[in-house]
Design a protein around this ligand. Structure first.
Ligand code: NAD
Length: 480
């Protein structure tokens, strides 16, 4: 692996005005490489280059189908290198190699999907009587600023740039300072397929410096942010100052409601994927299970069985899907999760399994199951962003939905039952952007994703997302 990585601005690989930052391997705690850290001047150059690309017309004059073809070619370039990209992702992010392969493959799918959608965006004609011809056109906002977190650096970047480019925006991406290196493949893909210079920029730098400079830049036209609520609030404040729209994809505290008629054996796989993939560092993780009292004890044992079955260790050694889990991203994140579990125990919660850090170098935490959790407790209200599931008990349907809805978030929710009426009532009553029935994470690149409440606003994924990247122009022609 190279010991130093640069940013990509205006088609050139460049150093950063803020010097260098170090990237750690979460699986060992050792330094992996150094990465150029962008400052405000670098951001300014990237935004200027994106603006020049737009002004030249090279992106917007192109027939959308041709633009879509370039986007698809980027996806094919990535798909052909999934193994190589996955290795890099595991090294810097920690997730198991099989999870990294899944992420790299899903990342390619966004380019396939949005490349296909490029030619589908159409305006409409509005009848105004004999004297007028009136139509609408959907035009790109212009410079799209995209700020990315570390938990799914490839998928989250892909869903924004594929959609942004397909709709004719020039994109400036600020990747996370913890996982900047795998993003380099987007630049390499763009170079390989001949994406017009200036259509895409890939930079990293610290959030308070490069991130803030990008979000507050006076010459951007739209922001897409994925990350924490606290940072999202700063992004929204910056967007208010420059009067640009933003999409905010923030955190979650999502609940699965499990009824007494649910298939509990099948639910084990939902828990395994829902809270232990990526060591629980998933915004839409199944961080709460709200279970009917009649099957509570059995389900707690089943969930604990799943947790105990997982072998925890370096992601690079875990190449196949199976009972395994990688580290958390950093010591700080791991210690925060451990601290929240210890606090919950002190408040009377029952630690069924896990809750400690195994004796390994790197930032590991045991898969953790908590029972006897009350809905109002901090552990049931705040996002942990780790491999910790809280189990809560309910007596009737109304109580289950009230518990599920009883946080400040509303990203996703799930209901597990064989009763269609019950599932449908829950789907209507749950306040979340996405409701899974009988399979956690059911959906795909084609299905809209985004939050209610403090989980954010706007939608990514699916054709809904296209509308966040374009604005409507109405053209009214007076006929004489
Ligand atoms: P974070 O908010 O700390 O950082 C996200 C990005 O924002 C990083 O690139 C960071 O450098 C940048 N940033 C930080 N401060 C900034 C500032 N003042 N101005 C501009 N940019 C700034 O979040 P994180 O710790 O990287 O990610 C974890 C959080 O992200 C969790 O809360 C999780 O739920 C959320 N998340 C949400 C989704 C979703 O789609 N809803 C997906 C993944 C993660």
């Amino acid at each position: 692996m190279d010991s130093y990585w640069q940013n990509w601005i205006g088609g050139e690989w460049v150093d950063g005005g803020a010097g260098r930052l170090t990237v750690e391997d979460p699986g060992s705690g050792e330094v992996l490489a150094e990465q150029a850290a962008a400052d405000g001047a670098d951001i300014d150059r990237a935004v200027g280059s994106a603006r020049a690309c737009l002004t030249s017309g090279v992106l917007t004059d192109m027939r959308p189908m041709e633009r879509g073809r370039l986007v698809q070619e980027m996806g094919r370039w990535i798909a052909a290198r999934v193994d190589e990209i996955a290795q890099m992702l595991t090294c810097e992010q920690g997730k198991t190699l099989w999870e990294a392969r899944t992420e790299a493959s899903n990342c390619a799918r966004y380019f396939e999907y949005y490349g296909n959608q490029a030619a589908t965006l159409e305006g409409r004609s509005i009848p105004l009587g004999a004297g007028y011809l009136d139509f609408t056109a959907l035009e790109p906002y212009g410079v799209s600023a995209q700020i990315i977190p570390w938990n799914f650096p490839l998928e989250i970047t892909a869903r924004s740039i594929a959609c942004g480019l397909a709709t004719g925006n020039a994109c400036v991406v600020k990747s996370s300072e913890m996982t900047p290196m795998s993003s380099r493949y987007f630049a390499l893909a763009a170079e390989a397929v001949g994406l017009p210079r200036g259509a895409l920029h890939i930079l990293t730098g610290w959030g308070h410096q490069a991130g803030a400079a990008l979000a507050g830049h006076p010459d951007i036209n739209q922001i897409v942010f994925t990350g924490s609520v606290a940072t999202g609030q700063k992004i929204a404040a910056a967007a208010a100052q420059t009067v640009v729209p933003c999409v905010l994809e923030l955190g979650g505290k999502s609940a699965a409601i499990v009824h007494d008629d649910a298939d509990l054996a099948a639910f084990e796989m939902d828990v395994r994927r829902g809270i232990f993939v990526n060591a629980g560092q998933i915004c839409s993780a199944m961080s709460r299970v709200v279970v009917h009292e009649a099957v509570h004890d059995e389900l707690v044992e089943r969930i604990a069985g799943v947790a105990r079955s997982l072998s925890v260790g370096p992601g690079i050694e875990r190449a196949e899907f199976g009972p395994n889990m990688g580290p958390m991203i950093s010591e700080k994140q791991r210690d925060r999760a451990l601290g929240m579990v210890a606090e919950a125990e002190a408040a009377g919660v029952r630690l069924v399994t896990g809750g400690r850090s195994p004796n390994l170098p790197g930032f590991f935490m045991e898969p953790t199951v908590l029972a006897d959790v009350a809905p109002g407790m901090r552990i049931a209200q705040e996002e942990i962003f780790g491999p910790v599931v809280s189990v809560l008990k309910f007596r009737d349907e109304a109580e289950a939905i009230a518990i599920a809805n009883g946080t400040q978030y509303g990203l996703v929710a799930g209901v597990f039952t064989r009763d269609l009426d019950r599932a449908t009532r829950a789907a209507r009553g749950l306040r979340a952007g996405q409701v899974f029935v009988n399979e956690w994470f059911a959906g795909g690149v084609e299905t809209p994703f985004g939050g209610y409440g403090k989980s954010g606003y706007g939608r990514e994924k699916g054709c809904e997302a296209l509308m966040n990247y374009v604005q409507t122009k109405n053209v009214a022609i007076r006929l004489r």
